[in-house]
Design a protein around this ligand. Sequence first.
Ligand SMILES: Cc1cc2nc3c(=O)[nH]c(=O)nc-3n(C[C@H](O)[C@H](O)[C@H](O)COP(=O)(O)OP(=O)(O)OC[C@H]3O[C@@H](n4cnc5c(N)ncnc54)[C@H](O)[C@@H]3O)c2cc1C
Length: 423
Amino acid sequence: MTFDVAVIGAGAAGLAAARTLSGARKRVCLIEARQRAGGRISTLHVPDLPIPIELGAEFLHGEAASTFAIVDAAALPVYELRTDYWYSRNGSFTHIRDFWGLINRVRARIGPLKQDVSFAEFMRTQRALSPRTRQLACNFVEGYHAAHADRISALALRMADGEQEGEPKQYRLASGYDSIIEWMRAGLDPEHVDLRFGSVVKRVQWSKGNVEIDCGTFTVRARAAIITIPIGVWKAPAEQDGAIVFDPPLREKEKALARLEAGHVVRITFRFRERFWEKHRAVFIQTRDRFMPTFWTTAPMRAPILIGWAGGHCADALLAERPSIIDRALDSMSRAFGVPRRRLDALLAGTWMHDWQSDPYSRGAYSYAAVGGSGAHDLLAKPVKNTLFFAGEATSSNETGTVSGAIATGYRAAGKLLRGVLT
Ligand SMILES: Cc1cc2nc3c(=O)[nH]c(=O)nc-3n(C[C@H](O)[C@H](O)[C@H](O)COP(=O)(O)OP(=O)(O)OC[C@H]3O[C@@H](n4cnc5c(N)ncnc54)[C@H](O)[C@@H]3O)c2cc1C
């Protein structure tokens, strides 16, 4: 049987695309390497813990249209965060007033830059900024963007024309991020969508109007394909698990990939028997730690849970401590909160993390543009000969690295197919 469309990857982007195509009664084969849907959205529902544990995406950034449309359609409960930022030095906390104002002032300074440099290089020229502002801005770029400050494009970080200076609102899904995935999956018409888990695509052979997808034990034939794999998988050498060989090769995509990077993140959820951090009233805590410089609580929800986060170089340093990652992270937490390590050990009731870097089907956290990489997300997104279409967070230029960006690109790719190819 020849499908209308083969969709590679059942993460947020792949599901959004497959749902749209199935709604238009097109025959879709949705091919997923893992035994589950959701990709970098991965929520655990632990039996003795009534709140969801996120291993991947956690926040809804701003009022992103594509996710909030699902939130409303599925009547999902969300709550807004108290984005309150603090800086800690060995347990001594200082409130950071107007954290986003500070970040935006740094970003506004990139505006006049003529030639692209890395963010780290740009910051070296900003001697008028205080050491603490520089530290916080670097923490932000390495943490929020999961980027290496000496690789990420400064120009890609500058404020877009007309961008609001205010603080973006942040939300959490009370039922877990997987509710979004479940809603999209429930909308796949089984008469039209063949969802194949545990199927790793190895090769995509294509010519105009014709695609043959080799999954090792079976081949899928379709008129067109939507590829939603993460940037780390795109960049993996052909012999590695998850890597996909395109035949004939996609030279334009190779140019885009050379200018995009897969960011690195370690995110750990810690469960304690007591909320020892409560007296500080801090929600987001930044430090200068070289392993785990960022922590946050579940506020405004009261729960004995702390999240630790390391991005960019800190993530690499922490991952190099394997198999003692949790140990090193607890040392960082002890310094950040000024609580002796022995006390933390006595209070600790559980930890959860997933190594997205060594996961063959993600090979990193989310994408960022390297120096000279402005426009690379758009280049990766461009369809090839009305036959290969591209989606996923790395193909979004305005919502890179987010779930809402991934969903929007899935709708975009499916819409292009419906309007231009499968009419
Ligand atoms: C730790 C962490 C925290 C994050 N926090 C947030 C957050 O708070 N808010 C936010 O908006 N975003 C966050 N993100 C980013 C967000 O998770 C992603 O941007 C989004 O989920 C990407 O969706 P996608 O469909 O583009 O890719 P994916 O979800 O990665 O989907 C791609 C799919 O392709 C499959 N695949 C890969 N290779 C193959 C192959 N060869 N054959 C078949 N299938 C294959 C994968 O298994 C995967 O299911 C976070 C990510 C991480 C890792």
